[in-house]
Each structure stands twice: as structure tokens, then as C-alpha cells.
Write a protein that binds this ligand. Structure first.
Ligand SMILES: *Cc1c(COP(=O)(O)O)cnc(C)c1O
Length: 370
């Protein structure tokens, strides 16, 4: 698979020095007292979980975050011993895998709690658990009014180790800060209640990338950094991060179409004058989305060229300005330092996260700064 992709010249080049830079950037921002968790779920947002995790740990991240036990297993299998937290749900089988591999688990309901206890007794180990509180997201998390009656007694049970208290923010990237302030205030109340009437676990965490940069009050003693780790601005106007991925391909053909000619499936584009068209060896099966047809532009050298006609499964077409000479084999950048993934996401009516995680396995990953 990789060999085919390499020959085709369609690749995601991942700069691990950019990952290291971004870890330093967040580390400096939150200060020495606050640990950085590198969130490497979904194959490190498409960048490759193992190489990214290694680079992030080298740069000073001390925790890794994943979505599920299987992702944690991949990291352990590659010899990574750092603390790992599963941020999502775990069923019985997943809880067993996590406990076996010394992975921390998030608990937020009865079902998960039972699974964790069973896994602990099976391996004769004390599972390490982070309690997730719903402060307004409405998704995973126990309600604050169940803490003292139900959850604190459970977490103080000697069969588990109560490692963390956490919550998750619904719109820390939004222009309006009000709801984040509201969630933070609920979280601070929870902390105060536990401090006064029970006890607190050692690790308190709430912030994702956007909150880590915008809301210092959310830092606790650990921040969970995903999108920012990859150098993608977590909110409009965020500065100082370095994009880690460049998605590139190559010109596969060049031809001149006369004025008034249709182009591609559905004839969604017609030349309005004689136009040089170049084919590019990437399509929606690679994760360059069809919604970008007739909307996006790409970079050839430092020149933007519009995507014209429908994006197909394995290829697409661009219009080449008359004063730009393009040849078969020339490099084309779909996004990267010179064209942000957020811009591409805007054109496709989605978010950078979805573009990054949608880059398919057919696209070869090549690493710089290994
Ligand atoms: C994915 C995830 C993060 C990281 O969010 P970013 O916006 O990518 O920084 C943090 N916390 C939880 C619980 C997550 O699931």
C-alpha cells in the first residue's frame, strides 16, 4: 500500500519538529505546574499515533489521550510506557484490555463502572480511574448532584485508584465566552464541594486546545491538547502554532481546453476561455472531499490554482493561470503551512478536525524530523 502511494506521489508529509514546537508552545503557555496531555486519538488526527506520541513525549508532554482501548493498545505495543487516558467509553472487553495494559479509564456511568470493577478483579489490579462530570456538554459525564451520594463513595473504594476529576467544554472555540465561563463555574463548584465534603483526586483537568489558550482558569493541573498539537488554530486568530501536516500530490497530465468546453463528471464547469487544465493524483477516496469541487484552490509552487470540475475518486483537475508553466510530476499542495487546513475545511463546510481525520490510509505518511 505504502509503496503504491509513494510512487503516485500523493502523500501527507508530517513534520515532527512542528509537533515538538507545538508541545513547547502549550507548555510555555500553561506553565510548569500544568502537565500537557497529547491527544493522539484517531491515529493522531490522521498524523500517525506512534510517531506523534513519541515526538510529543520527547518535547515534554507527559500524558497521552486516546478515544478507546484499542488505540491505547497500539501505543503500548510500540513500547510507549507513558500514562495514557482513554477519553471515551469502554465496554467490558475494552476495560479488560485497558487494565491489563495499565491504561487509565474515564468513568461516567454505572455500566462503565461495573466493567472497570470486573476487569480489576480479573487481573487482580486496581484500575486507575478519572471521573468525568457533565458541566453542560450533555454527553459523557455524571451530574454534579450525584457526586457525594453515589460517585465519591465508589471512587474511594480501595478496589480502584481515583486518579482524576475531569469535564469537557462544548464551545471553548466560540467567539462568545459565556457558556465556557458557565461550565468552568460549575466545575469549580464541584471541586469546592469535593474539597470540603470529601476529597480530591490528584489530577484535575478540563481544557482542550482552545481553552488552554483562551481560559487560564480551566487549566487545573493538566491540559488535553489535540488540534493545537497538530498546529491547527483552535479558534479564529490563534497564533504561534506550526502546522504539522502538508498534504501533497503531483500533476498527472496537462492539457489545453478550448473556450466553452465542459470538464469532468456532471459537466459542472465550463471553460469561459481557452484554459490550461492540469490533472492532480488525489481524489475523495484519499480524503480530499468532493464538496471542494469548484470551491477550493490548491498551491502550485507559491501560486494558487482553483479546483475546477468535480473531484473524482482518485483524481481531480485544476485551472492553471496562463503565466504559470506546469509539467507532469510537479508538486501540488492541497494544504500545509502555506494554505491552512481550516481554510480547506471552510470551503467544504466542515472543520479542520474532519479534514485531517478523513485523510485515508491510501495516502502515504512520510515523516520529517524523526
Ligand atoms: C479530543 C478531545 C480533546 C482534544 O480537543 P482539541 O480541541 O482537539 O484540543 C480534549 N478532551 C477530550 C475529552 C477529547 O475527547
Amino acid at each position: 500500500m505504502a509503496i503504491i502511494a509513494e510512487l503516485r506521489g500523493t502523500e501527507a508529509v508530517i513534520d515532527l519538529d512542528a509537533i515538538r514546537h507545538n508541545v513547547h508552545f502549550f507548555g510555555q503557555h500553561v506553565g510548569e505546574e500544568v502537565a500537557v496531555m497529547a491527544v493522539v486519538k484517531a491515529n493522531a488526527y490522521g498524523h500517525g499515533a506512534v510517531p506523534v506520541a513519541r515526538a510529543a513525549l520527547q518535547a515534554g508532554a507527559t500524558w497521552l489521550g486516546v478515544a478507546c482501548a484499542e488505540e491505547a493498545g497500539e501505543l503500548r505495543e510500540s513500547g510507549i510506557h507513558a500514562p495514557i487516558l482513554i477519553l471515551g467509553a469502554s465496554n467490558g472487553e475494552q476495560a479488560r484490555l485497558a487494565v491489563e495494559l495499565n491504561i487509565d479509564l474515564t468513568v461516567f456511568d454505572e455500566y462503565g463502572w461495573e466493567a472497570i470493577l470486573k476487569a480489576g478483579s480479573l487481573y487482580n489490579k486496581r484500575p486507575r480511574v478519572h471521573l468525568k462530570v457533565d458541566t453542560g456538554m450533555g454527553r459523557l459525564g455524571v451530574f454534579p448532584d450525584t457526586l457525594l451520594s453515589t460517585w465519591v463513595p465508589r471512587l474511594l473504594d480501595p478496589r480502584v485508584i481515583w486518579q482524576g476529576l475531569m469535564s469537557h467544554l462544548a464551545e471553548s472555540d466560540a467567539r462568545e465566552p459565556d457558556f465556557t465561563r458557565e461550565q468552568l463555574s460549575v466545575f469549580l463548584d464541584v471541586i469546592e464541594t469535593l474539597r470540603t465534603h470529601a476529597s480530591l483526586p490528584p489530577i484535575i483537568h478540563l481544557a482542550n486546545s482552545a481553552a488552554a489558550l483562551r481560559f487560564p482558569g480551566t487549566h487545573g493541573n493538566l491540559v488535553r491538547i489535540g488540534i493545537g498539537l497538530y498546529g491547527v488554530a483552535p479558534f479564529e486568530g490563534a497564533k504561534g502554532l506550526k502546522p504539522a501536516m502538508r498534504l501533497g500530490s503531483r500533476v498527472t497530465f496537462v492539457k489545453r481546453l478550448a473556450s466553452g468546453r465542459p470538464l469532468g463528471y456532471g459537466r459542472t464547469y465550463h471553460t469561459s476561455a481557452a484554459t490550461t487544465i492540469a490533472g492532480v493524483g488525489i481524489g475523495y477516496a484519499d480524503g480530499y472531499r468532493r464538496a471542494l469541487s469548484n470551491r477550493a484552490h490548491v498551491m502550485v509552487g507559491n501560486r494558487p490554482c482553483p479546483v475546477v470540475g468535480r473531484i473524482s475518486m482518485d483524481q481531480m483537475t485544476i485551472a492553471v493561470p496562463d503565466d504559470l508553466s506546469v509539467r507532469v510530476g510537479d508538486e501540488v499542495t492541497l494544504f500545509g503551512p502555506e494554505l491552512s487546513v481550516n481554510q480547506v475545511a471552510d470551503w467544504a463546510d466542515t472543520i479542520g478536525y474532519e479534514i485531517l481525520t478523513g485523510i485515508s490510509p491510501r495516502v502515504n505518511r512520510r515523516y520529517l524530523g524523526v
